[in-house]
Design a protein around this ligand. Structure first.
Ligand code: HSO
Ligand code: ZN
Length: 451
């Protein structure tokens, strides 16, 4: 049936005569607005913030957020209690999530430094240090996401970052959601930049009179935020790095005959409600018409009960179901798509894990909705989208740290490694390099002194 307003994913099946190319094109992400156009809008904002600091940031916040009463673009710690008044249950929920995220991220700390003796007397080691100053962007837009403040702030704190700056667009009355202020307080943030978009990214990347210049900017955002992150990370004078390229959120659910159609639909919809540009994919293993229909009916029914049904409708428009014959085929398409979230609602989800090659985060079994990871399980929800799960990891403790290596050569080591160094320096025609090694070898009598 195809009643008016039916909210339904487009159906494909690998058993029909679809070529792989056609299936691949159905798995294309919804196209983004042209890059140059966005860059053209963002570049002048960045230049303005760079040149005029606080006053420029404030000007854009007045303009874009309509927060014309705001007098300063930054709220500094200690944050007043009055700005973090929350119901008991909300505090409890934030605290539970905070504890779990902290547990999982603190456990990612290397237990000890890595030390390897590559040759007798030649020791290499690696040790990590926190990135000192980090800027965490918390998007506003159609939904305010305090959980993103947890997902970025808690690992930053666990890593030991000295200066944590949050940025988030204020509401039109100039205030910021109390959840975000409370989380900023819990993670020990020094300030909240009351700005969104490119102006917030520029303020943190270059610093202003009242905003600390950071070493790394992390966090999701719309295309303006992403463009700004790309611009500042390409500017050597900003000397700032970013987490990863960001695109709209997405989920891929693998279901089989044992899945609960209502669960499957609810997971597809929780991702679809993020934005009209979100994309959801269902891979159905060996489901007959009745099985597919059951999920589709649930999608339609549950979607209509959602306050964000219009957003869902937009997302579902470019979403697909692919029917496949078996698990191998399911994971082949999942790996091709490289989903931000991969949900395995199948009879033996663990048997699928060895086949997972590209995914941001995996949700194992029917009792594990994506929302548990979005909020409270402890894993991070800042994940690679748009197929970047092929080469990027999600935000983790390591995102807030860097590794430093060291080498140490003893007298014995000079004899061991020296000849290799001398020969390669000769190959490269770099005599000072060669002499630096030779002088030591000569002093130890390993090499005859040059006349
Ligand atoms: N699913 C989103 C994260 C989020 N969900 C925040 C709810 N709040 C992107 O991974
Ligand atoms: Zn979500």
């Amino acid at each position: 049936k195809n009643d008016f307003g039916r909210i339904q994913l487009k159906r494909f099946s690998t058993s029909q005569a679809f070529s792989d190319d056609l299936l691949k094109s159905t798995l294309q992400r919804p196209s983004q607005r042209s890059n140059e156009k966005i860059m053209g809008l963002v570049n002048p904002i960045i230049a303005d913030v760079r040149a005029h600091g606080d006053s420029a940031v404030l000007k854009y916040t007045h303009k874009f957020e309509k927060a014309t009463s705001l007098k300063s673009p930054v709220l500094k710690a200690p944050f007043p209690e009055s700005l973090m008044q929350l119901p008991e249950e909300t505090i409890k929920a934030i605290n539970t999530s905070y504890d779990n995220i902290l547990k999982f991220h603190a456990a990612q700390k290397p237990k000890s430094d890595l030390v390897v003796e590559t040759m007798p007397g030649v020791t290499c080691s690696r040790f990590s240090r926190p990135i000192e100053k980090v800027g965490l962007y918390i998007p506003g837009g159609t939904a305010v996401l305090p959980s993103t403040a947890l997902m970025l702030g808690v690992p930053a704190m666990a890593a030991g970052c000295k200066n944590i700056v949050l940025a988030s667009p204020p509401r039109s009355d100039g205030t910021i959601t109390p959840e975000i202020v409370y989380i900023a307080h819990k993670v020990g943030a020094e300030a909240i930049v009351l700005a969104g978009g490119a102006q917030a990214i520029a303020a943190m990347a270059y610093g202003t009179e009242s905003i600390t210049k950071v070493d790394k900017v992390l966090g999701p955002g719309n295309q303006f935020v992403t463009a700004a992150k790309m611009i500042v990370s390409n500017d050597t004078s900003a000397a700032v790095s970013i987490d990863m390229p960001a695109g709209p959120s997405e989920v891929l659910v693998v279901a089989d005959k044992t899945s609960d159609p209502a669960f499957v639909a609810s997971d597809l919809l929780s991702q679809a409600e993020h934005g009209t540009d979100s994309q959801v994919v269902l891979i159905a293993i060996d489901l007959n018409e009745e099985g597919l229909q059951a999920i589709e009916d649930e999608v339609h029914k549950q979607a209509h009960e959602l306050p964000r049904v219009d957003i869902v409708r937009g997302a579902i428009e470019h979403s697909v179901t692919i029917s496949v014959g078996d698990l191998e085929e399911a994971l082949k398409w999942s790996n091709y798509y490289a989903p931000e979230h991969l949900i395995l609602q199948i009879s033996d989800p663990h048997s699928a894990l060895p086949l997972v090659q590209n995914a941001g985060s995996v949700f194992i079994g029917g009792w594990t909705p994506e929302s548990v990871g979005d909020y409270s399980a402890g894993v991070n929800h800042s994940l690679p989208t748009y197929g970047y799960a092929r080469q990027y990891s999600g935000v983790n403790l390591g995102s807030f740290m860097k590794n430093i290596t060291s080498s140490e050569v003893t007298e014995q080591g000079v004899g061991q490694v020296g000849p290799a160094v001398v020969e390669l320096a000769r190959c490269e025609g770099l005599d000072a390099h060669k002499r630096a090694m030779e002088l030591r070898m000569e002093k130890l009598g390993i090499l005859e002194k040059r006349k």
